[in-house]
Design a protein around this ligand. Sequence first.
Ligand SMILES: *Cc1c(COP(=O)(O)O)cnc(C)c1O
Length: 397
Amino acid sequence: MHTNTLLSESTQIKPKLQKFKSSKSDTSGIESLIRATLKRRCTPFMLIRRSVLEKQYERFRKCLPNVTPYYAIKANPHPGIIKTFIKLGANFDVASASEMKQVLRLGATPSKIIFANTIKSHEDIIFSRKRRVRLVTFDNEPELYKLSKYYPGANVLVRIKVANIGSVVELSLKFGADPEHAFFLLRKAKALGLVPLGVSFHVGSQSTNVENYLQALEISSGIFDEAKKNGLSLKIVDIGGGFPIQHFDSEIGINFERMSCQIKKQMKALFDKNVRFIAEPGRFLVGPAGILVTQVIGRTFRNNKNYYYLNDGIYGDFSGIIFDHCRYEFKTLRRGQKFLSAIAGPTCDSFDTLSMNEEIPELYVGDVVYVKNIGAYSCASATRGFNGFPPAEIILV
Ligand SMILES: *Cc1c(COP(=O)(O)O)cnc(C)c1O
């Protein structure tokens, strides 16, 4: 995991909601899928819809046809998901030797993998060399010395620090070289026997602000120009991840199509035709595919409202509330008048509270509570059985 868990001011931003209902047919399709699965499986379970993985991948390809997507498997490393993306021809972003093993074991080609953690242990660098995963990122000089010792000839991209304004998960607090030092670092890489290929950045996860990408591209093009003037020709721009998704049905202000159009224009305006673009989407590819299905295992009346205890919580598949600073829309199969209620997880810890103010119908023990768009940064960061409660079974459908 190299998602930054530091809180920033921007994490306080709540989604803008609009008053209209999600499409009825989508809801009824999802709810009949949940009902059918409930007959055969115990909750909690997470449904991952292959059709949505495919749809998101195709959407990315279509909107940014000049950009090769490397799926960042930390968002959800489930083998079924990785296999689906291998079939679709995707490339992969890994952050450790263990993630690399996982994608290679499932059949990914080494040349289609980027080792995109700027801080790598020397054991992991040796592993990368052995398995011929050549493309790596870095953002500091000590890392270059390590790479030149353990992986001479590696292809390197310098990761630069860029604005993460409005992104829900900040990544520039921990990663990225000062853009002013980027050329120096690339020249140093060359002097050390590495192959400097270009620049990478990450605008922060769930970045609804397209300006972050546009600015980062402009800064990158400045580095390309500086390198060219000094006789170093760069070839790759890695625009990272961060592409946002809708977590709530009525959320507004997220429009990948419009955003990608502006990104594409900026690329065209700033770079030579022969420059290659790659990206590392995680959330965008898997988030919308996941539906978490839980059941009420107990209820009580406290603080003037109904409290419902679910069989999954903060330590399990709702871990994204903490690590991903995410908010979810809780939905029920039961209909009826809605009341302000609290929802909590099953562990013996008050911290394991999911929401203190949800408008939901009155629920009974055994009733289903489900959440859509929860495929990314959920099961990936869940603990295995704190207090004896197992995380959700992942079911690809
Ligand atoms: C987490 C991460 C990603 C994926 O980010 P998303 O916001 O999920 O698209 C890509 N690249 C790097 C280096 C990351 O740390």
